[in-house]
Design a protein around this ligand. Structure first.
Ligand SMILES: C[S@@+](CC[C@H](N)C(=O)[O-])C[C@H]1O[C@@H](n2cnc3c(N)ncnc32)[C@H](O)[C@@H]1O
Length: 238
């Protein structure tokens, strides 16, 4: 029992630590993560995939889960995030979106059900069992036929490169069979797409925009699974 309790305490402390980290980072998040040439490259790649996968749901309800400062909220109608500071900035940027400061586990309290839910740069912070919990919770808020889109660092890529980040920050990496196993049988596996196939941080800034179309193509090929991050699209079975 004690071991069970200490695991629960660790998970709660881990969650609080993660939210505190983003509370403190909020004012610098956009500038440090996505205003750089690397950040713009990744943002453009992710948007391209999101736009395509969300296109059947235009005019519907779309939730950006862990929306942060609202980087991708132009593609959603609703957003939630556990950090007050991050969502404060999101509200400022997107005053007409429906935004709530709640934990992912509390989306069952939202009065809306969604045609699509997307969740970027969040699962990398969670342990596999926590990812399975979040995936399972989203199922209850999605309409039948609705989709869940998320990204996870590729474990196959990390095996190839030997890159092993320490701690919780981007500590989790998965492969496609892991994702299928975590999601379980209530989902239809619709699509996957890789981003950052190239180690773009090693390329001179000037050539990065010219490399991106090839990176996009490789992300749609069988090599997707060894891109740095893989986006997945799961459909709720009816
Ligand atoms: C790397 S940011 C990603 C933000 C945004 N999705 C993006 O791609 O720019 C991770 C976000 O997860 C949020 N977060 C952390 N734990 C959370 C939880 N338990 N429930 C909801 N959001 C959480 C953080 O506050 C932070 O805004």
């Amino acid at each position: 029992v004690n071991q069970g309790r200490s695991q629960t305490d660790n998970a709660t402390n881990g969650r609080k630590g993660l939210v505190q980290y983003y509370d403190q980072l909020a004012n610098h998040y956009d500038e440090s993560r996505f205003a750089t040439s690397y950040g713009r490259y990744l943002d453009a790649q992710e948007r391209r995939v999101l736009r395509r996968w969300l296109s059947p749901f235009q005019g519907g309800t779309i939730l950006d889960l862990a929306c942060g400062t609202g980087r991708l909220l132009d593609l959603a109608t609703h957003g939630i995030d556990a950090s007050e500071s991050m969502i404060h900035l999101a509200r400022h940027k997107h005053p007409h979106k429906q935004l709530r400061c709640i934990e992912a586990g509390r989306i069952t309290e939202l009065p809306t059900s969604f045609d699509a839910i997307f969740c970027l740069h969040f699962f990398m912070h969670l342990r596999p069992a926590q990812i399975a919990d979040v995936i399972s919770i989203t199922l209850s808020r999605l309409r039948p036929g609705g989709v869940l889109i998320f990204d996870v660092p590729s474990s196959q890529r990390r095996n190839l490169t030997g890159f092993r980040p320490g701690g919780w920050h981007a500590g989790t990496a998965l492969n496609c069979p892991d994702v299928r196993a975590l999601a379980g049988h209530r989902w239809l596996f619709k699509a996957m797409h890789g981003v950052l196939f190239f180690p773009i941080h090693r390329f001179p800034e000037k050539i990065r925009p010219f490399v991106r179309p090839l990176d996009d193509l490789l992300g749609a090929s069988a090599l997707a699974r060894i891109s740095s991050y893989v986006l997945y699209c799961l459909e709720r079975r009816t």
